[in-house]
Design a protein around this ligand. Structure first.
Ligand SMILES: Cc1ncc(COP(=O)(O)O)c(C=O)c1O
Length: 966
């Protein structure tokens, strides 16, 4: 390799932690003579593809950014007046720098380990409070994926509440007001079909809601901008014992009577315009707020208040409502990854501006809309809505001519058809912008003299009727009224960041979650305006840069998975599962076998698999595992045979959730195909396959990829993520379509798959991260990463197996990219549970591995390729030291109750308290190993009491007094 080739591949050595010398030492510990020998022992020869992905070679970070700037220049960032759920916004620089672009925030994991996640839990509680206040509904979750899917979640929640028995549906109808966003309608259609929900579309003012309806949706302000009073309609729906969801706009709600006060049961929407770039469709945090009655059925994660072991206030994910997917086939939603990082951004935007600041932004926007409406009227274009917030809708004689003039001046309007145009203003709109808009219409009329009279007083907002003017207070909590100076704001975000353990502190070895490096170069372009400033429904000639990234990424992912085509639409792994299952469903329907609805799912599968299958209208049949943790092939074959008439397929994770490459996988795929089914591969463990084998090569028909695992998108404390699906030729016609694109698959009547996400390419702007990952590593680096992920896992396994029992290995005694450590024996020998080990690891400066999945009482370790030997050793040393602490208990040298594990984690307050009554020393508690002297992370609260929080469910900010330490 010459110097220039070396430069091109230098990122490989930066992404992969271990250098060659370390790798050699690690191989010696494992007992393998070379990396290739280890890989040969680990991946069964029958599924080993020839090496050499057909992808470009690596590129240096510097060169990549230069090239990407050229691609970015192919995007044209017009002033967007399209509206329809996506608005330009000003991201406060302090939030951009301290949160969005800060690894202390974006490399966080989902806050399962609450004691080292209090910062983001606090911020998510602020988000919930903000949403609850603005909607005037008492309960809000910590984000959903997008507005369209949030509306669908409300619909299915209502459906399930009213129709407990899906075989005997008594109230099948859901009313959809015509004046809601078209992308939301598209998703409601997708979600309704498999469940047998009947959508009835019409004008809510004329609707007759009887006992056959379980619910209804209206939009407020409506899709075309109208602000209307839905009180009477809501009463009518309630009179029939049905529920109402209002899709709404948080900024507008600072001025409008909120949904809760109008009587709505649920409010959903997108918090994007509160300080999150449009990003060509995402990522943004959708919100979901509900009346108290829904607290046990609300989808997504909810943050709640509890206390810790010392009685101090402590936050955690509220258990009883947490994560529907844990209920597997009984779940009513498959949401797992959501949009935590973006929820935090929006919450911080509200913290920074406060209630009064948000109201001023809303008034300014509305006042300019009013001026625009008035001046358009003077020109003879009457606003069709007399009540509106930010949107002017007009009738024109020649929309195409207006469009030409507007686009020539760098503006996008919304074009309903040849006759109607919508113009939606936002926080960024200035008086000059309004003049520019008016200039288009003046020019169309042949005049060039543009004038307007601008009102600047907010008491002239007569475009909002008094019956719908907000009078109730909101965002009164001190957190929204304190941090308004930049110094305060910067320190507030830093103080929260300090409470959270992220990848910039130490490795987060979460099995199944692949917490690898999220390289700065991969992330930098996400905040470039050429990518952040695009509306997802902008005309195609304005997003040529995105088009290039999208098609190159689709091709690369198809190559990596061994498939024919890729859809980048699903915006989480679980959404990918759902989209993949819909493809299977549509395939069977197109082959006149719509009755095929049985999905086989191994018992070890992630909860989202059965949850997605049920949402796709399938019946779940569980396949057993054998004692080795492998799929019980005999049971699988018997079930495939038993259900052959109705078999839709199999969902299988590979390598298995137990961290093993099952040798029988080809046989398994064949058994499914022989019985008429298709194979869905859950690609969550793709980090063990890239470049060495692939779902297509193995024999699957479709897979999803978690780009936020294998392809370097950060987890953001619980989202964003992306879950594209890759399919073979058979399923290519059944990829999701989108109402905003003319890409409806040519696949015959009744089998078209509608949208699964609100935007056509899901959370498009973060696709840049995975694109960069693939470009920077190139074919060679991608394959090497997989090998090192397997090397690192086997090295840790080799070090730890002298102390702990490791569950499940392949036939040569190796694991894949992760492995399971059995902690169950310590329950009897020392009274120590897996949770105690997880909490004790915090004292050693580490986040626990995946706890009790897929096997209760265990931890699953996945180091990834990005950790070097030093970090792997520190983690192993910590677990070995913990083992010694357990031995001390077993031998009676440490107390069974008062020991460092049971009392973990130890906070600074506990260690520095004047009183210390434990049988072990403070040093043993907080500095058990020497490396901690250099890098000590302090959990900010002691062990969190889950039961207390669940008994007293509080999901919004409480009075400040409760924050004081006991
Ligand atoms: C095996 C497996 N499948 C599916 C999922 C769901 O992915 P997401 O959280 O992106 O919805 C996960 C998430 O951790 C997983 O581990």
């Amino acid at each position: 390799m010459n110097l220039f080739e070396k430069q091109a591949s230098e990122f490989i050595g930066r992404h992969i932690g271990a250098n060659e010398e370390e790798a050699a030492q690690m191989l010696r510990t494992i007992g393998a003579s070379s990396l290739d020998e280890l890989i040969g022992k680990t991946i069964p020869a029958s599924i080993r593809d020839k090496e050499g992905l057909s992808l470009p070679g690596p590129i240096s970070e510097h060169q990549y950014l230069i090239e990407l700037k050229q691609v970015a220049a192919r995007n044209k960032v017009f002033k967007s007046y399209i509206g329809q759920g996506y608005y330009d916004t000003i991201v406060p620089s302090v939030i951009l720098r301290s949160l969005f672009e800060n690894p202390g925030w974006y490399t966080q994991y989902t806050p399962y380990q609450a004691e080292i996640a209090q910062g983001r839990l606090e911020s998510l509680l602020n988000f919930q409070t903000m949403v609850a206040d603005l909607t005037a509904l008492p309960l809000a979750n910590a984000s959903l994926l997008d507005e369209g899917t949030a509306a669908a979640e409300a619909m299915t929640m209502f459906f399930n509440l009213k129709n407990k028995d899906h075989d005997h549906v008594t109230t099948p109808k859901f009313f959809v007001d015509s004046n809601i966003f078209s992308q939301t309608k598209d998703i409601l259609l997708t979600r309704s079909l498999p469940l047998g929900i009947q959508l009835v579309e019409g004008d809510y003012r004329k609707a007759v809601i009887d006992g056959s309806y379980f619910g209804a949706i209206v939009q407020y302000p409506a899709s075309d901008g109208a602000v209307e009073d839905h009180r009477q309609f809501i009463q009518q729906v309630h009179a029939s014992n049905a529920y109402v969801v209002m899709a709404t706009d948080l900024l507008a709600l600072t001025l409008l009577t909120p949904p809760g006060e109008l009587g709505a049961d649920v409010a959903v929407g997108n918090s994007q315009r509160l300080g999150v770039p449009m990003g060509f469709g995402g990522p943004h945090a959708a919100f979901f707020a509900a009346k108290d009655d829904f607290k046990r059925s609300i989808p997504g994660r909810i943050i709640g208040v509890s206390i810790d072991a010392q009685g101090n206030r402590a936050l955690r994910m509220a258990l009883q409502t947490r994560e529907q997917h844990i209920k597997r086939e009984k779940a009513t939603s498959n949401i797992c990854t959501a949009q935590a990082l973006l929820a935090n951004m929006s919450a911080m935007y509200a913290v920074y501006h406060g209630g009064a600041g948000l109201t001023n932004i809303a008034k300014r926007t509305s006042l300019l809309a009013r001026t625009l409406s008035h001046e358009m009227g003077e020109l003879g274009y009457n606003n069709l809505n007399s009540s509106y917030f930010d949107t002017v809708k007009i009738k024109v004689s020649d929309a195409a001519a207006i469009r030409r003039l507007a686009e020539a001046r760098g503006m996008n309007f919304r074009y309903y058809d040849e006759a109607y145009i919508g113009i939606t203003l936002d926080e960024t709109t200035t008086q000059q912008d309004v003049l520019n808009i008016l200039g288009v219409f003046h020019e169309a009329a042949g005049s060039h003299l543009v004038t307007a009279t601008f009102e600047v007083e907010d008491d002239t907002l007569d475009n909002i009727p008094s019956s719908l003017t907000r009078v109730s207070e909101f965002l009164t909590h001190p957190v929204f009224n304190t941090h308004h100076s930049e110094s305060e704001m910067m320190r507030y975000m830093k103080s929260l960041e300090n409470k959270d353990l992220s990848l910039n502190t130490s490795m987060i070895s979460l099995g199944s979650c692949t917490m690898k490096l999220n390289a700065a170069t991969e992330l930098i372009p996400v905040s470039w305006p050429e990518f952040g400033g695009l509306h997802p429904f902008a005309p195609a000639d304005q997003w040529q840069g995105y088009q290039q990234i999208i098609s190159e990424l689709e091709n690369a992912l198809s190559e990596i998975t061994g498939f024919a085509a890729t859809s980048l639409q699903p915006n989480s792994g679980a959404q990918g599962e759902y989209a993949g299952l819909l493809a299977i469903r549509a395939y069977h329907a197109a082959h006149k076998e719509a009755h095929r609805d049985v999905m086989l799912i191994p018992i070890s599968a992630h909860g989202t698999n059965p949850a997605s299958a049920v949402m796709a209208g399938m019946k779940v049949v569980v396949v057993k595992s054998d004692d080795e943790g492998h799929i019980d092939v005999a049971d699988l074959k018997a079930k495939a045979e038993q259900y052959k008439e109705n078999l839709a397929g199999l969902m299988v994770t590979y390598p298995s959730t137990h961290g093993v490459f099952e040798e029988s996988i080809k046989d398994i795929c064949k058994a499914i195909h022989d019985n008429g089914g298709l194979v869905y591969m859950d690609g969550a463990n793709m980090n063990a396959q890239v470049g060495l084998t692939s779902p297509g090569f193995i024999g699957a028909d479709v897979c999803h990829l978690n780009l936020h695992k294998t392809f370097a998108i950060p987890h953001g404390g619980g989202g964003p993520g992306m879950g594209p699906i890759c399919v073979n030729e058979k399923l290519k016609p059944y990829l999701p379509s989108h109402v905003s694109r003319d890409n409806a698959s040519q696949n015959g009547a009744g089998t078209k798959v509608h949208a699964v996400s609100a935007a056509p390419y899901g959370s498009a702007s973060i696709l840049l991260i995975s694109y960069a990952y693939i470009r920077l590593l190139g074919a060679e680096g991608l394959t090497r990463s997989t090998k090192y992920a397997i090397l690192n896992a086997n090295y840790m396994k080799a070090r730890l197996e002298k102390y702990y029992k490791i569950l499940y290995s392949g036939s040569n005694g190796t694991c894949a990219h992760e492995f399971i450590v059995d902690l169950r024996p310590f329950k009897t020998s020392a009274g120590i549970e897996a949770e105690d080990v997880a909490k004790r690891l915090m004292d050693y400066g580490f986040h626990a591995p995946t706890l009790s999945f897929p096997v209760p009482g265990t931890i699953m370790i996945e180091p990834t390729e990005s950790e070097d030997k030093g970090e792997l050793d520190r983690f192993c040393d910590a677990l070995i030291a913990i083992h010694e602490e357990i031995v001390q208990i077993e031998e009676g040298k440490a107390d069974k109750v008062d020991n460092a594990l049971k009392n973990a984690p130890h906070t600074q307050h506990v260690i520095c308290a004047d009183q210390w009554s434990h049988a072990y020393s403070r040093t043993q508690a907080a500095f058990p190993l020497t490396y901690l002297k250099d890098n000590k992370f302090w959990p900010s609260v002691g062990r969190v009491n889950n039961t207390h929080g669940d008994r007293n469910l509080i999901c919004t900010c409480e009075p400040t007094s409760s924050y004081e330490l006991a």
